[in-house]
Design a protein around this ligand. Structure first.
Ligand code: TYD
Ligand code: MG
Length: 468
């Protein structure tokens, strides 16, 4: 099939914000309501349609389908294997998204080098950086480069030709926004190009059985032609996240056709690249101060893994106008709910207080299991008295001030015990259904009011104005 056959002479318009297609140019996108986002694109027939020369495949009864369980490729990088659901699945297309400079190229270069020890050929396509730049990075990472074939190329057809010729065990395309198909008029990085390139890579992956990793940039404003628009095409979507000021990187799985999502891997960016962090709880707690007023430790779950995180709160009398609420790493509405329950059910007068809550280490928590931790941190700061430093706390707070049990309580308490916490404050209803792990004392509370009484040590302030 030559290039002329492949391209159909059809012009469509694609919204660069959300990917909506239209046969005519529109000033405003009906889907995402953005102005001036439609770009003329010469459409190429979609991947599926192009294969019309292939013989039609008859439908088969499911019971007659046999699967050969393909072994996953296990790399000597446990955090990476874990996020993928236990190793790399042959013939899978994995998208690694993240902000520019977060470490995607570094991670995939390291993974490529590891892969050369398993299969002796890996192709690393660099569409953004020159050979020299990649070489310098490899030197920094201590990668010799035997078996690692570098291809500084951006034309996808040429790339696939070269890759076919080498028949490698793995391919990395860095980045999907840099490669393009010459048949299409749209510029590299535009939605049409990015989607078409990804579809072709997907097709190649499936027919060759070789795993392919592609990187994609996300921008702060939202993903213009970024990984979001590709999520439905690829098999696995990973995001590399982290704050630029901190060395920790979380590799988070948001889609996985071969395993569970919500898994995270924790890495640390060092001089010699990304190193896995085997005991992340310790890191997230390592900078905890000695005077834990307004600070509490909560065992959260990230995927299948329990993780201890520190939640901090600060309350301060409002000096001007409306009291402010600031939520960093937790949901803002959750914070409003918890402050309302603290005011109404526990009697803390937060109506004239600014309340700030922060999850340390740049983590984001989205499970209600952290409610009790948030509430105690706020109460502790408001009363200026510390939370018992031996305590880890977990529980959901209900609107009537009751504490509700959370999923996998036992694993959370175990993690707290493992890291040396002597006591764990949990909802009373949860205690009935769990067996108590060794080495930790369980303290239960039925209501938030009771939890505040149990968890917060006598204050520095005069006890008289703290009656609750
Ligand atoms: P990079 O992998 O180029 O990011 P991306 O591909 O996501 O854009 O990572 C670049 C950053 O990583 C850069 O700020 C330097 C830092 N870095 C290290 O700290 N140690 C290292 O060994 C390497 C290679 C990079
Ligand atoms: Mg890069």
């Amino acid at each position: 099939m030559n290039k002329a056959e492949r391209a159909t002479p059809r012009t469509i318009y694609i919204c660069q914000q959300c990917g909506r297609e239209s046969l005519q140019w529109l000033g405003r996108c009906p889907s995402c309501q953005q102005w001036n986002t439609f770009v003329e694109t010469r459409a190429v027939a979609p991947v599926a349609a192009r294969g019309s020369s292939r013989p039609a495949k008859p439908a088969r009864e499911l019971s007659t389908v046999t699967v050969t369980t393909q072994d996953r490729i296990i790399l000597p990088l446990n955090e990476f294997n874990r996020v993928l659901g236990g190793g790399i699945v042959p013939g899978s297309l994995v998208l690694v998204g993240g902000e520019p400079g977060i470490g995607k190229s570094t991670l995939l270069l390291q993974v490529s080098a590891m892969m050369t020890a398993i299969h002796n050929k890996v192709v690393y396509v660099s569409g953004e950086e020159t050979e020299r730049q990649v070489k310098l990075r490899a030197e920094r990472l201590g990668i010799g480069g035997n078996g690692l074939f570098l291809l500084a190329e951006t034309d996808l057809d040429t790339i696939l030709e070269q890759v076919e010729a080498l028949s490698p065990g793995m391919v990395v395309v860095d980045s999907v926004q840099a490669v393009s198909i010459s048949d299409m008029e749209a510029s590299p990085g535009s939605i049409g190009q990015v989607r078409e390139c990804t579809s072709r890579l997907m097709q190649w992956t499936k027919s060759s059985g070789v795993p392919v990793f592609v990187t994609g940039h996300v921008t702060k404003e939202g993903a213009i032609a970024g990984p979001k628009t590709l999520e439905h095409i690829v098999d696995v979507v990973l995001y590399l996240e982290g704050e630029h000021f901190s060395a920790h990187r979380l590799l988070r799985c948001v889609k996985n056709r071969f395993g569970s999502t919500n898994e995270i891997g924790v890495f640390e960016m060092k001089e010699q690249g990304l190193a896995e962090v085997a005991n992340p709880s310790q890191i997230f707690l390592s900078q905890r101060g000695n005077d834990p007023v307004g600070s509490v430790v909560v065992p959260i779950l990230e995927g299948s893994r329990p993780l201890l995180v520190e939640i901090q709160a600060l309350t301060n009398p409002t000096s001007f106008g409306q009291p402010r609420r600031t939520a960093n790493g937790i949901d803002f509405n959750r914070l409003l709910l918890i402050t309302a329950v603290l005011s109404k059910r526990v009697g803390l007068k937060l109506g004239n207080q600014d309340v700030m809550v922060n999850v340390t280490g740049g983590l984001k928590i989205d499970e209600p299991a952290a409610d009790l931790g948030i509430a105690l941190a706020i109460a502790s700061s408001f009363r200026d008295s510390p939370i018992d430093p031996d305590f880890a706390v977990v529980g959901e707070v209900g609107l009537s001030g009751e504490l509700r049990s959370v999923t996998q309580l036992e694993r959370r308490v175990n993690e707290a015990a493992r890291l040396g916490f002597k006591r764990c404050l949990i909802p009373r209803s949860g205690a009935r259904v769990m067996s108590v792990p060794q080495g930790i004392q369980i303290v239960t509370a039925a209501t938030l009011r009771e939890a505040v009484r149990l968890g917060i040590l006598p204050g520095k302030q005069d006890a008289a104005d703290l009656t609750i």
